[in-house]
Design a protein around this ligand. Structure first.
Ligand code: TXE
Length: 498
C-alpha cells in the first residue's frame, strides 16, 4: 500500500485539501508515496503555527534546545539504514552515498547541539566608566527552508540544525522529487520532542508553496538551495521584505591536474567527484583542466576508468552510479550531450541513455566524458549530471584562468605535489572552497560552506560557526551602572581634553 502523507504543523500530521502528487523511485519508476500540494490556507496555517511557537522557543535556553538536537541526531543514527535506503530509493544516489547523506545530517545536528552551549557574543570595553557593552545573538523569527532533491536529508539537516539551535521555528519545503525523505526526517524531529509549531513541513510546487513561504510577512529569513534562476527570484522576493536570505545555487567546479600530479590519486578523485551522485552535486567535478604535458595520459586513463563504472540500481552495493533524479533531469542531461556534439566537442566515452530490460524503467545515463574548450557551453554551464568536460591548459596560469572563467564560484581543486602551485591556487581560485589533492566534493560540517559569483551571496556560509549568521541578528547592549547620565562621544571628549 502506497502511504498517503499529509502536512506537518502544530506537532502533528494533518490531512490536506490540496491535490496530490506521487513521489517515485527514479531507478524503477515505482510509486513510493503520495503528498499534498498545500493550499494557500494551509501554508498560512503552517506559518501561523510556527509564529505561535516562536516566543516560547526563543526563550528556551539554548543548551536545552541543543539537547533536543542531540536527541534528533541519536534517532537519525538509530534509523540511519532505513533513512539511507529511502534517500537512495527516492533520489537515486548509490546506497553508500545515501547513508552518507543521512550521516551529514547526524553530524551537523551533533555539531549544532554544541553551539547551544557556545553561541558566543562579545564583551567590548566602553569609553565611559562604570558602563558595560556586549553583543548577543537574537533569533530572527520563523524561517523558511527551501531545499532541493540532491541531498534530501543532508541539506534539510544543515539548514534546520542551524535555525533550530538559533531559536527559530522552521517552515520547511522539500523538493517535490524528495518529499518522502523530508517526511522521514521530520518524523525524527517529532520523535525527538520539539515543541508543537517549532517544526513545520509543507509540500507542493515551488511557485505556489515555495513562493508563498518566502513572501509571507511572518517569515523572517529564508535559506534556499536550488537552481540559479529560482534563487534569483527568491532573492528579489525576500528583498522586498528586507529579510535575510541564504542562497546556494550550484557550480561548474573544476579540478586542475598539474603535470606532476599523482595519476592514480587524481583518477580516484575524478571518478568520485564527477560521477558520484550521478554528477548531481552542487560541488560535482564538472570540468577537468589538464596540463598539456600530461593531457594524453590523463585522458587515456580517464576514458578507461569511466567506461568501467557499473551503472544500475543504486540499492545494489556493487553499483557505482545510479540514475539521475527525474525525467526532467534526464532530458536536460541528454540535451547537453547533444549540445556538446553539435558544438563539435569530442565525445570520449558514454553519451547514451541506457536501454533494454531493467534500464527501461529508470533514468540511467552512461558516465560521459567530452573533450572541449573554454568557449563551449559544456565548459561553462552547469549540467548537473554524469557529464565531465576535459580541457587542456598550457601551464598553471592558463589552468587558473580557465577555472575562473565561469559564472559560478563554489568549489575548486588542484592535484599537484609542487608547493608553489598548491599554495598559489589557494589564493588564485575564485571559489568558496579549494581542495588540494582531493576532488571538489567532501565538505565537512564543522567548516563553512558556500561560494562566490552566481553561486550565491558571499555572506551565505552554511555549516561551521558561520551557520548561525543566516538565522540570527546581533543585538548590542549597553549597561550603564554609573548612576548618572553619561554621554558617549560628548563626555569622552571632555575627559580626553581634560
Ligand atoms: O531546482 P529548483 P530543480 C540546479 C540544477 C538542476 C536545476 C533544476 O542545475 O538541474 O537546478 O532543478 C523550490 N519560490 N540545481 O527544478 O526549481 C522547489 O520546489 C520558492 C542545483 O529541482 O531551483 C525546490 O524545493 N521556491 C542545486 C527548490 O526550490 C521555489 C540543487 C529547488 O528547485 C520556487 C538543485 C519559487 N518560485 C538543483 N520554484 C544545487 N545548488 O545543488 C521552485 N522552488
Amino acid at each position: 500500500m502506497v502511504q498517503e502523507y499529509g502536512l506537518f504543523f502544530n506537532g502533528k500530521w494533518h490531512k490536506s485539501e490540496g491535490k496530490r502528487f506521487d513521489t517515485r523511485n527514479p531507478a524503477t519508476g515505482e510509486v513510493l508515496a503520495t503528498f499534498p500540494m498545500a493550499t494557500p490556507a494551509e501554508v498560512a496555517a503552517g506559518i501561523k503555527a510556527a509564529k505561535g511557537s516562536f516566543e516560547k522557543w526563543r526563550k528556551t535556553p539554548a543548551p536545552r534546545r541543543g539537547e533536543l538536537l542531540l536527541e534528533a541526531a541519536r534517532i537519525m543514527k538509530q534509523k540511519k539504514e532505513e533513512l539511507g535506503r529511502v534517500v537512495t530509493s527516492e533520489m537515486g544516489k548509490v546506497i553508500a552515498e545515501g547513508r552518507g547523506d543521512v550521516q551529514e545530517a547526524i553530524d551537523f545536528y551533533t555539531y549544532a547541539a554544541g553551539e547551544g552551549r557556545r553561541m558566543f557574543g562579545e564583551t567590548v570595553p566602553s569609553e565611559l566608566p562604570n558602563k558595560m557593552c556586549l553583543t548577543v545573538r537574537m533569533p530572527v523569527g520563523p524561517v523558511g527552508l527551501i531545499t532541493p532533491w540532491n541531498f534530501p536529508v543532508a541539506i534539510p539537516g544543515w539548514k534546520s540544525g542551524a535555525a533550530l539551535i538559533a531559536g527559530c521555528p522552521i517552515v520547511f519545503k522539500p523538493s517535490s522529487l524528495t518529499p518522502l525523505c523530508g517526511a522521514k526526517f521530520v518524523d525524527c524531529l517529532d520523535e525527538a520532542g520539539f515543541p508543537p509549531g517549532v517544526v513545520t513541513m509543507l509540500t507542493g510546487s515551488g511557485s505556489n508553496v515555495g513562493d508563498g513561504i518566502v513572501a509571507h510577512p511572518d517569515i523572517r529569513a529564508v535559506s534556499f538551495t536550488g537552481g540559479v534562476d529560482t534563487g534569483k527570484h527568491v532573492y528579489e522576493s525576500a528583498a522586498k521584505k528586507m529579510i535575510k536570505v541564504g542562497l546556494e545555487l550550484g557550480g561548474k567546479n573544476a579540478i586542475i591536474a598539474m603535470d606532476d600530479a599523482n595519476l592514480d590519486l587524481l583518477m580516484d578523485g575524478v571518478m568520485f567527484g564527477a560521477f558520484g551522485t550521478a554528477g548531481q552535486r552542487c560541488t560535482a567535478t564538472s570540468r577537468l583542466i589538464v596540463h598539456e604535458r600530461v593531457y594524453d595520459s590523463v585522458v587515456g586513463e580517464l576514458v578507461e576508468r569511466a567506461a568501467k563504472l557499473k551503472v544500475g540500481n543504486p540499492l545494489d552495493e556493487k553499483v557505482d552510479m545510479g540514475p539521475v533524479a527525474s525525467a526532467d533531469q534526464e532530458k536536460k542531461v541528454l540535451e547537453y550531450i547533444e549540445i556538446g556534439k553539435k558544438e563539435g566537442d569530442k565525445l570520449l566515452t558514454g553519451g547514451n541513455k541506457l536501454r533494454g530490460g531493467v534500464y527501461d524503467r529508470g533514468f540511467l545515463i552512461q558516465p560521459t566524458v567530452f573533450a572541449t574548450d573554454r568557449k563551449k557551453r559544456l565548459a561553462n554551464e552547469e549540467i548537473f549530471g554524469p557529464v565531465l568536460s576535459v580541457l587542456k591548459a598550457k601551464d598553471y596560469e592558463d589552468a587558473v584562468a580557465i577555472a575562473n572563467s565561469v559564472k559560478y564560484g563554489l568549489s575548486s581543486s588542484i592535484y599537484t605535489n609542487d608547493l608553489r602551485w598548491a599554495f598559489r591556487s589557494m589564493q588564485d581560485l575564485e571559489a568558496g572552497i579549494t581542495y588540494v589533492n582531493a576532488p571538489t566534493i567532501g565538505a565537512e560540517v564543522q567548516l563553512p560552506f558556500g561560494g562566490t559569483k552566481e553561486t550565491g551571496p558571499t555572506d551565505t556560509r552554511e555549516a561551521g560557526t558561520t551557520a548561525l549568521e543566516e538565522f540570527t541578528y546581533w543585538k548590542t547592549i549597553y549597561v550603564d551602572y554609573s548612576g548618572r547620565l553619561q554621554k558617549a562621544q560628548i563626555d569622552t571628549a571632555k575627559l580626553v581634553g581634560g
